[in-house]
Design a binder for this molecule. Structure first.
Ligand code: PMM
Length: 267
């Protein structure tokens, strides 16, 4: 199987999942290097929280946070993706060495983002999205969540192609938790092979998300969310995902290794 692991480096004071521990650029770089040493194939640097209800960050502040971190990690040899919805931040991060632009809005939040990617050599992750964090649950209405998400992501793939980005440079992401409520996320994950069936590479991000805690009965520790994440990541890999985006690289790497041993009949 060989599913890549993308480690998360949040450079935000308000990220729900790491408490903003990596706001200091040096600490963020050290964290990224640690994730790489733990086996992350990619490190994803983000300066704007997308947690439900979060407030937008001015683009200058986002760039101040992420650009030095992208530069230092790329300089150290890491393959860096920049988690941003802003064309300006994408351009600055690409100039600092980022090889992938990870846009949870699929190019919808900033109409210039796809053009920035097209002019570069970077790949792009296009997430399924229906609106900014503050309003996204108002858009969480689906008749058939998998069919609608796949159709809307196909449209984003076409928008990318129209902007001059070859489909081979695009990664699609179902946007777990983005304009989706608990059960819709599970239905969508069950339907993941349909997204893989588009022929595009697929990235799945379940790490520490609320729907995992809800499935375990409510408020659970970070450790239990990480264990749940390693299970969903293995299942995503088995469904054909190209990569999984996680906070706890050790747990997910171990889980993928054990699952590979099972499938190959040898460790
Ligand atoms: N989720 C978050 C942020 N960025 N990027 C991609 N491609 N896919 C995701 O599911 C995704 C993302 C929100 O989680 P965080 O605040 O813990 O990083």
């Amino acid at each position: 199987m060989s599913c890549l692991v993308m480690g998360i480096v949040n450079v935000t004071p308000d990220s729900f999942s790491d408490g903003g521990r990596h706001l200091d650029p040096e600490a963020a770089v050290a964290h990224g290097l640690r994730l790489r040493a733990q086996g992350a194939d990619l490190v994803d640097v983000g300066g704007e929280s997308t947690r439900p209800g979060s407030v937008r960050v001015p683009v200058e502040i986002e760039q101040e946070r992420v650009v030095p971190v992208v530069y230092a990690l790329s300089d150290a040899g890491a393959v860096v993706s920049i988690d941003t919805m802003n064309a300006g931040t994408a351009a600055a991060a690409i100039a600092a060495g980022a090889r992938i632009v990870n846009d949870v809005s699929g190019g919808l939040a900033d109409p210039d983002l796809l053009a920035v990617v097209a002019e570069s050599r970077a790949d792009v992750v296009l997430g399924h999205w229906r609106g900014h964090s503050r309003e996204m649950y108002a858009e969480a209405h689906y008749r058939d969540v998998t069919r609608e998400v796949v159709a809307e992501l196909r449209e984003r793939l076409e928008a990318a192609a129209a902007a001059g980005i070859a489909p081979s440079r695009v990664v699609l992401d179902p946007g777990i938790g983005f304009a989706k409520r608990g059960a819709q996320n599970w239905e969508l994950l069950r339907g993941l092979p349909q997204l893989v069936g588009t022929g595009a590479r697929v990235l799945v991000g379940t790490s520490r998300k609320r729907f995992l805690a809800d499935a375990l009965g409510g408020e659970v520790s970070e450790g239990r969310r990480d264990l749940a994440t390693s299970v969903t990541s293995v299942l995503a890999a088995q469904a054909g995902a190209w990569a999984v985006r996680v906070h706890d690289v050790v747990a997910t790497r171990d889980a993928l290794r054990i699952s590979d041993a099972w499938q190959n009949g040898t460790a």
